[in-house]
Design a protein around this ligand. Structure first.
Ligand code: ADP
Ligand code: ADP
Ligand code: MG
Length: 661
């Protein structure tokens, strides 16, 4: 069978770009579909044809099966690649493709269905002899019954949405007293994210290592595995750094896991690329009798590049070949592991503020190039990170002969990465790559949570060096502006204002300016040395001058200067007393939305007395729930939004008034 003539990519961002790249190499015509928010996106520019399918919210665009099929028919496409997320694991999408004579680049709808719900999937693979996590994955959902099951399983337990994905609707529970609240929260997240509140309860595996197996099957009954990936570095059950192979993996364990994964794939008649995720009990190192099936993702995985790096294969090409009916070009015995690869997910989020997604324009975006470095991104400088989709900016992937080499390369690449605009997790990722215990392979899925301080998570002191460099840039910008306007007024050569050293003629040795550094008001003072103005330094607040220090980059924007130092970004702006101060949103008793999102729950009513720190409401944004707490003791004066409402960043949700003594 000939290669597919064309492909419509029912996705966006980096994965759409990545699929287009391979499709073009294979000589296929590429068709993009996009939302209003993505009109200028890189993947739209890269595709041969592009069609607008709706407004920004995914529900009205990337999740509209009818519109996507309509475009596919209009453009006469041979196939549709769903990428990951969005419609990739929706059986009805695969069915709609088939019904319209379009090849779905993915497994049969029946395989998606069989693995779609975690409870049914566990039952199914268990029958095929694959070990599963002990727990209750039946249909009863009564809280008393589930609490009893949790007791029988033994704490800690994990409550999971059966329809779950992306770490949503998952709650670890330490003790019986916490079970009901956790169940309620998991069910609420599950309903809102998946339209299905059902959960399962399973044993929380201790010292857990997330190790998954990449499988690949053709339509002729051949199934192989492409080794493992270790995705144990996680935050909130979401992967942060992934690598292949897994540290300390033994040939016996790899063989056992590979066989189990192939069995799971066979059990559902799998075709194409898929991933079987296991959780391994790492308390006594990796052991072939201590790993358990968690779920199968019936699609291409975000972290597939590390597997590509160690196998030399292009998984998207293999997907197209399998979808067009070709036989797998290799057997299990042909496959070998070459070196070690690591991937870091670079996100527009702020590790110093609970990893809140950070949106806005990318004033600068630069990545290093080099042997063994791969960057998968869907944005370029000038693009906007919007609140509508996953805020991933790029995947940075490094490949080396050894694990140590790969990690060093990745750390270096992150060090050379420049992002100005939204806050990012660059510094955090770099620290992770350099963390000693991780370097020697001593880690599990709790590693990040146990090392938050060392990883620079949480409020950090202002970077005074960066602030000083930013202040210097703004002060000289201001001086140039003053000079320019004076120059225009006194346009004769003898004017003191037109001399290069004219500034000294002011008789001033120091210039002050009020600035805002990451939202905080500071006074900056530039002190001029007598000989040479260029050597000037700036003191912010009371700190010392920083003559010997360096920063990585300064990026000028109309509203200020972004200073990047050690992967951390500091924004220095002229102080404008009328600016909205997003940093102090709880002033005046108003509790405001920290970001665009949906108000999912309000726990108080007008007239309620609340204590500082008490939970008031929950805003769900992008991937998670953000709990809003009372900034002080007080009484609820007003509730300004209804549960279920979409709320804008900075919107007033609840107003507290101080309690009268
Ligand atoms: P993977 O299992 O492939 O590593 P994750 O489970 O970490 O992926 O990702 C969680 C889910 O978040 C994905 O399955 C997908 O549903 C969604 N997701 C992540 N990034 C994006 C994106 N850029 N666009 C759409 N959906 C995404
Ligand atoms: P999702 O569909 O959201 O990816 P998973 O079932 O794959 O859900 O679980 C996500 C993560 O949660 C895993 O990578 C793992 O770190 C953790 N996890 C899941 N199940 C368990 C368990 N039984 N014990 C310990 N950790 C678990
Ligand atoms: Mg998973």
């Amino acid at each position: 069978m000939a290669m597919l003539e064309s492909v419509l990519i029912a996705n966006r961002g980096e994965i759409a770009c990545r699929i287009i790249r391979t499709a073009k190499r294979l000589g296929m015509r590429t068709i993009a579909v996009y939302s209003e928010a993505d009109a200028n996106a890189l993947f739209v520019q890269m595709a041969d044809e592009a069609y607008l399918i709706g407004p920004a919210p995914a529900r009205e665009s990337y999740l509209r099966i009818d519109k996507i099929i309509e475009v596919a028919r209009h453009a006469g496409v041979a196939s549709i690649h769903p990428g990951y997320g969005f419609l990739s694991e929706r059986a009805e999408f695969a069915e709609a493709c088939a019904a319209n004579g379009i090849v779905f680049v993915g497994p049969p709808a029946s395989a998606i269905k069989a693995m779609g719900l975690k409870d049914a999937a566990k039952a199914l693979v268990q029958q095929a002899g694959v070990p599963v996590v002990p727990g209750y994955h039946g249909s009863k959902q009564d809280p008393d019954f589930l609490r009893q099951k949790a007791y029988e399983i033994g704490y800690p337990v994990l409550i999971k949405a059966v329809a779950g994905g992306g770490g949503k609707g998952m709650k670890r529970v330490e003790k019986a007293a916490d079970f009901d609240a956790a169940l309620e929260s998991a069910q609420r997240e599950a309903s809102s994210a998946f339209g299905d509140p059902r959960v399962l309860v399973e044993k929380y595996v201790l010292s857990p290592r997330h190790i998954e197996i990449q499988v690949f099957a053709d339509a002729h009954g051949n199934v192989v595995h492409l080794f493992e990936r270790d995705c144990s570095l996680q935050r909130r059950h979401q992967k942060v750094i992934e690598e292949a192979p897994a540290p300390d993996m033994t040939p016996e364990m790899r063989d056992a896991m590979g066989r189990a994964a192939v069995e799971a794939a066979r059990a559902v008649g799998y075709v194409g690329a898929g991933t079987v995720e296991f959780i391994a009990d790492g308390r006594e190192g990796l052991r072939p009798d201590r790993f358990y099936f968690m779920e199968m993702n019936t699609r291409l995985q975000v972290e597939h590049p590390v597997t590509e790096a160690i196998t030399g294969l292009d998984l998207v090409e293999l997907q197209f070949r399998a979808a067009s009916g070709e036989k797998l070009p290799f057997t299990q015995d042909d496959l070998t592991i070459n070196g070690h690869a690591v991937e870091a997910r670079l996100y527009a989020e702020d590790p110093e503020k609970e990893f809140l997604p950070s949106t806005g324009k990318l004033w600068a975006l630069e990545f290093p190039e080099g042997e063994g470095i791969r960057i998968d991104t869907g944005v370029e400088a000038g693009a906007e990170v919007t609140p509508y989709y996953d805020p991933m900016i790029a995947k940075v992937i490094a490949h080396g002969d050894t694990r140590d080499e790969a990690l060093s390369k990745l750390a270096d690449a992150l060090g050379q990465t420049v992002v100005a605009g939204p806050k990012t997790n660059t510094a955090f990722l770099k620290k992770l790559c350099e963390a000693e215990d991780f370097r020697v392979g001593r880690f599990d899925t709790g590693f990040i949570d146990r090392n938050l301080d060392a990883l620079g998570v949480g409020p950090q002191p202002l970077d005074e060096v960066a602030a000083s460099f930013g202040a210097a840039a703004l002060i000289s910008r201001e001086i140039d502006r003053l000079r320019m306007s004076e120059h225009l007024k006194n346009d004769e050569p003898s004017s003191p204002w037109s001399q290069p050293d004219g500034f000294q003629l002011l008789g001033t040795r120091s210039v002050g300016m009020a600035l805002r550094v990451d939202g905080e008001r500071v006074e900056a003072r530039e002190v001029f040395s007598a000989e040479h103005r260029g050597a000037s330094t700036v003191a912010v607040g009371t700190s010392d001058p920083w003559a010997d220090e360096q920063v990585d980059r300064e990026v000028e924007a109309p509203h200020g200067v972004y200073v990047i130092r050690n992967g951390r970004q500091t924004l220095v702006q002229p102080y404008d007393p009328f600016d909205v101060d997003l940093e102090h949103m709880d002033e005046g008793g108003a509790v405001k939305a920290p970001m665009h999102g949906k108000l999912v729950a309000v726990f108080v009513q007008p007239g309620d007395k609340v204590e500082k720190g008490q939970r008031l409401a929950i805003v769900e944004a992008m991937k998670m729930e953000h709990v809003l707490v009372a900034p002080s003791d007080g009484e609820v004066a007003e509730i300004a939004a209804e549960p279920g409402a979409q709320v804008a960043e900075g919107a007033r949700l609840i107003v507290l008034k101080a309690e009268e003594e």
